[in-house]
Design a protein around this ligand. Structure first.
Ligand SMILES: [Mg+2]
Length: 175
């Protein structure tokens, strides 16, 4: 089975870094619950929006992302059992391309470079299963569409859902 795995909000916790950088810059600590069904950019005061919008375009953002819990060990099991690819729309953020490569080297060294697809539009990618947090990536996918839970998508009921990596074990029948 060819399984495609997104990076941000599936194996890399970008929301955590948005909240951390916002607290650093403005002294206000929002929680994940505060961004359920939305994004930080949409709930901050107007005067802060340009700063928040610039975070993923800033050097250093993609170097620093925490790893989503249990993703390393379970993805390794999955990788050994199936044809697994990391598929990330890295072209959206010009400072993300090399950091994403390095981040994978550091946290997921077992994933061969041939299995790392850093791309633009994911709709050109084909596979049996796509695990992604964004509806627009799942909408165009022709295989089995699995929404990985992230605060922004908690209210979306259109796809199969995976809430965390422990659920992936059951989903793919891993030991
Ligand atoms: Mg994502």
């Amino acid at each position: 089975m060819r399984i495609l795995i997104d990076m941000d909000e599936v194996i890399a916790d970008a929301v955590a870094l948005f909240l951390k950088w916002y607290e650093r810059d403005f002294g206000i600590r929002y929680t994940e619950k505060d961004v359920y069904g939305t994004k930080l950019l949409h709930i901050v005061p107007e005067a802060h929006k340009s700063t928040v919008a610039a975070y993923p375009h800033t050097k250093g953002f993609f170097d620093d992302l925490p790893v989503i819990p249990n993703s390393q060990e379970i993805l390794k099991q999955l990788y050994e059992a199936h044809e697994v690819y990391i598929v990330s729309a890295a072209m959206e953020f010009k400072h993300s391309l090399y950091p994403k490569f390095e981040w994978l080297e550091q946290h997921f060294p077992f994933i061969h470079w041939k299995r790392r697809v850093l791309c633009g539009d994911k709709s050109v990618i084909k596979g049996d299963v796509l695990i992604d947090d964004h509806d627009f990536n799942l909408e165009t996918f022709t295989g089995r569409r699995v929404m990985f839970t992230s605060p922004h998508n908690v209210h979306d009921t259109r796809f199969e859902r995976m809430n965390n990596w422990l659920e992936a074990k059951q989903f793919f029948d891993l030991k």
